[in-house]
Every structure is written in C-alpha cells, then in structure tokens.
Design a protein around this ligand. Structure first.
Ligand code: XMP
Ligand code: MG
Length: 172
C-alpha cells in the first residue's frame, strides 16, 4: 500500500467545512443538550474539532465498534466499548469517521435506540455511498467520496496515518 501524497481532502478543506456542519447540527439540536457519542478511534480528531464549533451544550461519550481488519470489511460488528452514562431520554449524536457499508452505524444506532434515547442522529465526516450494504444514511455529512480507502485526520490503516492533518488515498 502506498500513500498518495496529494491530499484527497486538504487540511484547509476539512477546517473550512466544520463551521457549516456545526451550524447544521446546532440548528437541528434546537437548544437541547447533546450526548456526542464519538466512535473510537477514527472519529476522535474530527469530533474534537466538531464539538468546539457547536453552539449547544454537549457531553462526550465514546463507543468502539470493530468491523474492519486492514482494508477488508468483515461484515460483523462487535461493540467493544460503550458509554457508561445512561442514554435514556437523551438526545444522542453519533460521530463517525466514515460511513462505508453502514454496518457499524446500524449496530450503534440500534444499540442507542435500545437504551431509550429520545433521539439518535448520525454525523459522518466522510460518506462512501457506493459501498452501502444497509439502509442507513447520515443526518449530517462532511464530504461524500468515491470508493477509495482513505487515511489521515483520525482514519488509519493498521493504526498508522491517523496523525496526518489531511485525508489521503491509500493506493494498492
Ligand atoms: P462500515 O462498513 O461499518 O464501516 O460503515 C465503518 C468503519 O469502517 C472503517 N473504514 C475505513 N477506515 N479508511 C479507514 O481508515 C477507509 O477508507 C474506511 N472505510 C471504512 C472505519 O473504521 C469506519 O468506522
Ligand atoms: Mg480503522
């Protein structure tokens, strides 16, 4: 695998998208506090920029879902870390790095609904609609991309590249 040195989405483009995305989410929340459920590890960097741009009160919680080894989707999603705070009656915003097949987001939204949350919304930094294998759609999307394996700004390949400030394509 080789990192394409030319960013698919530059650091400047990422930062420029944040205010509008945060504004959409803030308007959607209409003043009600949100539990921001950050999906580890890929969404951590995006979420830390996003919450600072929101105009609503937030609580940060974390969840971990595994469906990927290297570049291959396993199809099976395991929730290995879940929030400890009760979600009953809370308005939850799930923050994902990338919406691919959608299996991770389906598993998480189902789990959150099962906890009795008042509402569940999904924000994905990136969306690869061509790969979707489920009926889910993000309520808030940063960027729609073609079917590339991408890394950087939190996204990894076998734990590498998360620190890159831009999104790059990893080429075979
Ligand atoms: P699903 O298929 O459940 O996948 O929507 C979501 C998770 O798969 C990982 N994923 C990627 N990770 N570059 C990555 O670094 C990619 O291009 C990519 N596509 C999917 C990611 O962990 C995401 O949360
Ligand atoms: Mg990963």
């Amino acid at each position: 695998m080789r990192l394409n040195p030319n960013p698919l989405i530059s650091a400047g483009q990422l930062q420029a998208r944040l205010p509008a995305l945060a504004e959409e989410i803030s308007r959607g929340a209409a003043g009600t506090p949100l539990v921001v459920l950050v999906v580890l590890k890929g969404a951590v960097i995006f979420a830390s920029d996003l919450v600072r741009a929101l105009r609503v009160e937030t609580e940060l919680e974390f969840a971990r879902a595994r469906s990927y080894r290297g570049c291959e989707s396993q199809g099976l999603v395991e929730l290995t870390v879940l929030p400890e705070t009760p979600l009953r009656g809370r308005h939850v915003l799930i923050v994902e790095d990338i919406l691919d097949t959608g299996r991770t987001s389906v598993a998480l939204t189902d789990w959150v609904r099962g906890q009795g949350a008042a509402s569940v919304r999904l924000c994905a930094l990136l969306d690869k609609p061509s790969r979707r294998a489920t009926a889910i759609a993000a309520d808030y999307t940063g960027f729609v991309i073609d079917d590339h394996f991408v890394v950087g700004y939190g996204l990894d390949y076998d734990e590498g590249y998360r620190h890159l400030p831009a999104i790059h394509v990893l080429e075979p």
